[in-house]
Design a protein around this ligand. Structure first.
Ligand code: ZN
Length: 164
């Protein structure tokens, strides 16, 4: 079966930013799983995977506009120190997870810590980067109706996670 819209796909991947240094990768126990055609992975990678079969490997280079977009200088903002817990130690270079309006996780980088202000960067850490993926397709199958409703792939025993 080839990768097409509505398929549950399992891939192994490595990601580097052009210098060969791996910044992210799946593990043997935890391949990346997603439902194809739903925009759950970066658009440039999703497009490149279309039509691939299990066992196939590919190198995919994805420019920022088909990945996490360009860096937006307006996303670098100064906020009050008090928005962070008082006992939290803040340092330039730290990355935190904040929660967006719909409960989604938003990575936040600390750029600078001033006396009572903190400069945060809300750009995705990979914004402005060209992504270099090494991918290998493991399995491709039709997603179940339940998986399509949930928007994610379930493990071999059904749910590998909790739903409320
Ligand atoms: Zn589910």
């Amino acid at each position: 079966m080839k990768i097409a819209d509505g398929n549950a796909v399992e891939i192994d991947y490595k990601l580097h930013l052009g210098d060969g240094k791996i910044v992210d990768e799946s593990t043997a126990d935890e391949p990346l799983t997603y439902i194809h055609g739903e925009g759950h992975i970066v658009p440039g990678l999703e497009a490149a995977l279309e039509g691939m079969s299990p066992g196939e490997e590919k190198k995919v280079v994805v420019p920022p506009e088909e990945a996490y977009g360009d860096r937006d200088p307006d996303q670098v903002q100064e906020v009050e120190r008090s928005v962070f817990p008082a006992d939290m130690k803040l340092e330039a270079g730290m990355q935190l997870m904040a929660h967006g309006p719909e409960g989604e996780s938003l990575p936040v980088s600390i750029r600078e810590v001033k006396e009572d202000k903190v400069v945060v960067d809300l750009n995705h850490p990979l914004a402005g980067q060209t992504l270099h993926f090494d991918v290998k397709v493991r399995t491709v199958r039709q997603a179940t109706e339940e998986e399509k409703t949930h928007g994610h792939v379930h493990g071999p025993d059904g749910h590998g996670h909790d739903h409320e």
